[in-house]
Design a protein around this ligand. Structure first.
Ligand code: 6GU
Length: 228
C-alpha cells in the first residue's frame, strides 16, 4: 500500500477533501494511507510558535525551520521516502508524466508551506522534487498538495473502477482531449444531444468521437500555444 505524509500549518485545508469521494474510497480499500501532520504539534518552544518575521525585512511571516525539521526527521527515522515534494511557485510545472512517476512510489512526503513560505533551509535539506501547479499564486502549498495527491492516487491500480478508468485510455499522457459526453434528457431547453450518439450505430459513434477528439485537441493546442 502506498503511504503519503503531508506536513501543514493548516491541516483543515486538507482533511475534508482527503476524506471525500475517490480518495476516501482508495483509503477504505487500503490502496493508500494518507497522514496529515499538524506543524504546530512539532513546535516545542513554550509559545508553540511556528512562524516568525523574515530576516532582511519584508512583509508577512515565514514558517520556522525547527518544527519542520522535527516532524520530517521523525518520519525519516521510521521509513525511507521515495520523494519529498516541496510545492512552490518556483518549481517545475506539474504534468501527467510526473504524476505517473509518483504513482509508482511506496512512500511520499509533501511539505506544504503557508504565509510567505517556509524558511529555505527546509527545502535545501529535504526536498527531492520542487513543483509548481501553474503560473498563478496560491495562499499556500496545501491546494497544490491536494492536486498532486488526487492525480497520483487515481493512478494506483485498483483505485478506479472500470467505468472510471475507461475515461483514462487516451488521456494517458494528458495530451489528447476527449469528445464531449452527454446523458439524458436527449433534448434540454432546446439543446439537442448529437443525433449520432442516439443512433446505436457503433462504428459511426466511434468515428464521431475520434473526429470530435481531434477538433478539441487541435483547439486546446491552439489556445495554449502548443506546437503547430
Ligand atoms: Cl505549489 N504553491 C503556491 N503557493 N502557489 C502556487 C503553486 C504552489 N503552484 C502555483 N502557484
Amino acid at each position: 500500500m502506498m503511504r503519503i505524509d503531508i506536513i501543514s500549518a493548516v491541516p483543515d485545508l486538507l482533511i475534508s477533501p482527503l476524506n471525500t469521494s475517490i480518495i476516501k474510497r482508495a483509503q477504505d480499500k487500503r490502496k493508500v494511507e494518507i497522514f496529515v501532520h499538524n506543524l504546530r504539534d512539532y513546535a516545542y518552544d513554550k509559545h508553540k510558535q511556528i512562524d516568525d518575521k523574515p530576516f532582511g525585512g519584508g512583509p508577512g511571516m515565514l514558517l520556522k525551520p525547527e518544527p519542520f525539521f522535527e516532524c520530517i526527521e521523525k518520519l525519516l527515522s521510521e521509513r525511507a521516502y521515495d520523494y519529498i515534494i516541496f510545492p512552490t511557485p518556483g518549481g517545475k510545472y506539474y504534468n501527467q508524466q510526473m504524476a505517473n512517476k509518483f504513482s509508482l512510489a511506496k512512500n511520499i512526503m509533501i511539505l506544504a508551506g503557508h504565509y510567505k513560505g517556509i524558511d529555505d533551509r527546509v527545502r535545501e535539506k529535504f526536498a527531492t522534487d520542487e513543483i509548481s501547479i501553474g503560473n498563478y499564486v496560491l495562499t499556500g502549498g496545501e491546494l497544490a498538495a491536494l492536486v498532486i495527491i488526487d492525480s497520483v492516487v487515481r493512478l494506483i491500480p485498483g483505485v478506479l473502477n472500470d467505468s472510471e478508468s475507461a475515461l483514462n485510455d487516451s488521456l494517458m499522457d494528458g495530451e489528447i482531449i476527449e469528445a464531449p459526453y452527454y446523458t439524458r434528457p436527449a433534448e434540454y431547453k432546446g439543446m439537442k444531444v448529437p443525433d449520432v450518439l442516439l443512433s446505436g450505430h457503433d462504428k459511426k459513434i466511434k468515428e464521431w468521437k475520434e473526429e470530435q477528439s481531434k477538433i478539441l485537441t487541435d483547439k486546446w493546442k491552439k489556445i495554449n500555444n502548443l506546437e503547430k
